[in-house]
Design a protein around this ligand. Structure first.
Ligand SMILES: *Cc1c(COP(=O)(O)O)cnc(C)c1O
Length: 233
């Protein structure tokens, strides 16, 4: 465990140095950036180490795994981000521990999350997943920008959900800077209508510097922090 602590500390220090450099390059303040450690496939012991190292935000993409870790780590004050495709029938479980859901992309999911959050007596913050690829097929990887307003109104009008912002994943196969190029315009238009929804979740291990340049506030970092594969033990 000492070896793992040293490894994670070194990974985190390197990541923070790269974030600082990317912020400087973009003329941004590094204090605007939150690192979400994507802990999927990695055990709760790693999350405890990262918590000791100062991280508070953790991302998971499968409810089966996430709800177990949230229970194991309930003694820590963590913010859980659900970042994966979310099935409506998992909304009830996710609303019990998730503080933010990044992958909100359809009316049925908003309705299910709202009902679940209400019965769990919790507020769940929602990020609408938007596609930065105008050629993307519907139904995966987020909605087109023109569909955001109706979803945002539905979240705003809900009983137990809070509209927090936008989330995107760069499409594969094109350079990250080009992939994120539409993002600032999408964010600006969205925040013009929904000025309190300020979070921009964009950037992963391979493209977070370009995401910072495009205005990301929340980076979802897995492999760069934790390594290339994990097994929940
Ligand atoms: C796994 C995952 C990440 C982290 O990816 P890395 O490349 O390991 O940093 C970020 N976002 C989503 C939606 C993911 O599923």
């Amino acid at each position: 465990m000492i070896g793992r602590t040293a490894e994670l500390a070194a990974n985190l220090a390197q990541l923070q140095a790269r974030i600082a450099a990317a912020c400087q390059q973009a003329g941004r303040d590094a204090a605007e950036i939150t690192v979400i450690a994507v802990s999927k496939t990695w055990p709760s012991t790693d999350i405890r180490i990262l918590h000791e190292l100062g991280l508070r935000d953790f991302g998971e993409n499968r409810d089966q795994e996430a709800h177990v870790k949230a229970a194991e780590l309930s003694d820590l004050a963590l913010r859980w981000h659900f970042i994966g495709q979310l099935q409506t029938n998992k909304a009830k479980s996710v609303a019990r521990y998730a503080d933010l859901v990044h992958s909100v992309d359809r009316p049925e999911l908003i309705a299910a999350l709202d009902a679940a959050a209400l019965s769990a007596k919790r507020e769940v913050a929602c990020l609408l997943q938007v596609s930065v690829d105008p050629t993307a097929p519907a139904g995966r990887g987020g909605v087109q920008p023109g569909e955001l307003v109706d979803l945002a109104r539905q979240v705003s009008d809900s009983a137990a959900l809070r509209l927090a912002g936008l989330m995107t994943v760069a499409p594969l196969g094109i350079a990250a800077a080009a992939a994120f190029a539409p993002l600032p315009g999408i964010v600006q238009e969205f925040q013009g209508r929904f000025p309190t929804a300020r979070l921009v979740s964009a950037g992963m291990s391979g493209d977070f510097e370009q995401a910072i340049a495009a205005g990301a506030t929340h980076l979802r970092i897995g492999s760069l922090l934790l390594g290339n594969r994990g097994l929940v033990g």
